[in-house]
Design a binder for this molecule. Structure first.
Ligand code: GLU
Length: 313
């Protein structure tokens, strides 16, 4: 295995990736399909790496919290698999990349009843419908508990403002949830599945916490900071493979070639990466490109991958 650099130089490289990525500050837009996210300060950038020994290196606005958005889809998937087993989850959602936009609906009507993968909104809503619990509160408590372990912060909270904003304005997601019910893919109350999905998307995290999550995925489920086993190895393998196939929406192929690290992005400008056996990366910068990925975040990851030998695809 190619060795990562000595501790001191890893911190230097994280700072230099931050400085490099800052050159793209100002490019891209805030996500106007979530009105509440257009009110944030766009001129922020945070970069963090957690290595496989549990050392954490960070630069930039590392205290800032932001909503995790689409990255929560990976956490919901891990919980749904823990609750039901993979075979059962696969009756609700497939695991194939498809290149569709994240909130695309046409395929469910014209081609297949089951969403193509858990990183599409439709797939994530189907996954949320499989999470066990008597009501939304209990399901959310369980999702929150797993998220707390994966992010290394049991006290994380979700933004009620962002969640309510999405419940109010997410007409397309509501259509997807109802379509899934009509297709026989979900049962129960679609409003409850949506609320659970939105609470997960609204979890407030830091780049450092994301890098810890990435490191746990990179270390096959073991938290390198504590030695605790948080997820089964098979779940991490599945999530890393899905990241490599469809983690950056319909820009994943380009990202794989330029960065080469399995990763998942969120529309808040967050990206988590998992370089197998080496490190987790968390980056955040709110302006996103036309495909929904953080402009500065991609540049920071490209630089880190190159300078720290993190390419693992
Ligand atoms: N909460 C967002 C939505 O459902 C998540 C989208 C994303 O981050 O890709 O539209």
């Amino acid at each position: 295995m190619i060795k990562m650099k000595e501790k001191l130089s890893i911190q230097d490289e994280v700072v230099s990736a931050y400085e490099y990525a800052k050159n793209w500050m100002g490019q891209g837009d805030l996500p106007n399909f979530i009105p509440e996210l257009t009110h944030v300060n766009p001129n922020r950038l945070a970069v963090s790496v957690t290595d496989s020994d549990g050392n954490i290196y960070s630069a930039g606005n590392i205290k800032d919290r932001f909503t995790i958005q689409s990255i929560s889809k990976a956490i919901a998937l891990a919980l749904a698999i823990e609750d039901n087993g993979l075979d059962e989850v696969l009756t609700h959602v497939d695991i194939e990349p498809c290149g569709d936009r994240f909130n695309s609906i046409y395929r469910l009507e014209l081609m297949q009843k089951r969403p193509s993968n858990p990183f599409l909104n439709a797939g994530a809503i189907a996954v949320c419908s499989c999470i066990q619990g008597h009501d939304v509160e209990e399901k959310y408590e369980r999702l929150h508990a797993l998220a707390g372990k994966l992010l290394g912060n049991p006290k994380i909270e979700y933004s009620k403002t962002v969640c309510l904003c999405e419940i109010k304005t997410g007409h397309r997601n509501r259509a997807l949830a109802n379509m899934l019910l009509d297709n026989g893919i979900c049962s129960g109350n679609p409003e409850e599945h949506l609320e659970l999905y939105y609470r997960g998307c609204a979890l407030l995290v830091t780049a450092q916490e994301l890098s810890r999550f990435g490191a746990i995925l990179a270390c096959d489920g073991v938290d390198p900071c504590t030695g605790d086993e948080i997820l089964p190895c098979s779940t991490c393998e599945l999530i890393r493979a899905l990241m490599a196939g469809c983690g950056l929406y319909d820009r994943t192929g380009f990202f794989n070639i330029t960065v080469g690290i399995p990763a998942k992005s969120g529309s808040s400008g967050a990206i988590v990466g998992a370089s197998k056996g080496r490190a987790g990366i968390g980056v955040f910068s709110p302006r996103i490109d036309g495909k929904g990925n953080s402009v500065c975040g991609i540049q920071a990851m490209k630089q880190l991958s190159h300078r720290l030998n993190l390419r693992s695809l």
